[in-house]
Design a protein around this ligand. Structure first.
Ligand SMILES: Nc1ncnc2c1ncn2[C@@H]1O[C@H](COP(=O)(O)OP(=O)(O)OP(=O)(O)O)[C@@H](O)[C@H]1O
Ligand SMILES: [Mg+2]
Length: 351
């Protein structure tokens, strides 16, 4: 059954109109038909009638408006105190007050659902953080356990290699094994650094000299691929305090990534810039570039697109830069090349 919907304007105007109509009728009646004494009595009755109608109107308004408003205030107070399991009872009314009640109930329900979602996400994050912490501990323990036997294997290889005749075919195999041992050692060392990060050891150092040194290490790979590696020095770069070992490691990874991304005869360019608060070094290459769908993943631990990569280089780089109070930025155009910028603060962060 469809209920008649009366707007508030009508509900309030209707009794007022009745009062006015009543007055008008009485006035016409009194002035046209009655004599003086009777007229006074009729007027008194009319006034009493008007007062009664106003009183009824007041009661109706009290029941129809004041009660729901009080209930709403009460329920809002409960919501503010954190109770999201409340509903107003006047939501089934077929007028604006009912609309207000329905909207209030919907809003509380949405709040309740959002709070449940936040609580669920919080629980997931907490358990993920706990997992990561446990995983970090495990990785650190495992790395220690692997390193010792690895050093033993490298030592045995050395001895076996020395005892082999120079034309033995096993020499090649030994070289392969040695290469793999170095690779495993690199993975384990990086894993250990991620699981047990060391705080930077600050010393006043020359960023350009550190970059030159890293470039020296990367030149072998660069010339094997006919990639030109240039370090463009600048007079305006001041010495600053940083952990030169860690920044060297970051720059070497950026340079090797850049060289490895280049096809034959590419270019890798390192340059420096400075502003009031920071010193930056940029490694730009003319390599393959990074596809937009890959870009968000490159700082994730173990993300690699290379057959022999560990995928730890950039995640370590980001952590080292953050430990220094700096950051690492990347821009890349697929097919055009990539640009990685390390930004270091001139003043080391206060612990
Ligand atoms: N200059 C670059 N050009 C194109 N892709 C890059 C560049 N630098 C990084 N990448 C992408 O980011 C990925 C992650 O780099 P990251 O240095 O963390 O690990 P990796 O180089 O793969 O392994 P590792 O550093 O252990 O040798 C790379 O596998 C590559 O896909
Ligand atoms: Mg790398």
């Amino acid at each position: 059954m469809t209920r008649v919907r009366l707007n508030w304007q009508i509900k309030t105007l209707l009794p007022v109109a009745l009062v006015l109509l009543n007055g008008l009728l009485l006035f016409v009646l009194v002035t046209l038909t009655l004599q003086d004494p009777l007229r006074n009595r009729v007027l008194a009755v009319a006034v009493a009638g008007a007062v009664a109608i106003c009183a009824v109107l007041f009661m109706v308004l009290a029941v129809m408006i004041h009660r729901p408003v009080l209930e709403l205030q009460n329920k809002i107070a409960r919501v503010r105190s954190g109770d999201l399991f409340v509903n107003v009872d006047f939501a089934d009314r077929n007028d604006e007050i009912g609309d207000l009640g329905r909207h209030f109930n919907e809003m509380v329900q949405q709040l309740r659902e959002s709070r449940e979602e936040i609580e669920r996400l919080h629980r997931t994050q907490m358990s993920r953080a706990e997992h990561l912490a446990t995983l970090g501990e495990m990785a650190a323990g495992l790395a220690h356990e692997i390193r010792n036997p690895l050093a033993g294997i490298a030592g045995v290889m050395e001895i076996v290699g020395r005892d082999l005749p120079p034309n033995s075919p096993a020499i090649g195999v030994l070289g392969e094994v040695r290469h793999e041992v170095v690779h495993i050692n690199k993975i384990v060392s990086e894993l250990l650094e991620i699981a047990r990060p060391k705080p930077p050891v600050y010393r006043l150092a020359d960023l350009m000299a550190v970059a030159e040194h890293a470039a020296l290490f990367a030149r072998d790979q660069a010339s094997a691929r006919h990639v030109i590696l240039e370090v463009i020095k600048s007079d305006s770069v001041p010495k600053l305090e940083f952990d030169s070992g860690q920044i060297h490691q970051v720059l070497l990874n950026l340079l090797l990534n850049a060289v490895q991304a280049c096809p034959e005869e590419g270019f890798v360019r390192v340059d420096f810039s400075t502003d009031e608060k920071t010193v930056s070094v940029t490694v730009a290459d003319t390599g393959s570039g990074i596809p937009p769908e890959v870009l968000p993943n490159i700082f994730r631990p173990f993300f690699t697109t290379k057959g022999n990569g560990t995928g730890l280089g950039l995640s370590l780089a980001r952590r080292i830069m953050e430990d220094h109070g700096g950051r690492i930025e990347v821009t890349s155009e697929q097919g055009e090349g990539s640009k990685f910028t390390l930004i270091l603060p001139k003043n080391r962060p206060t612990e």
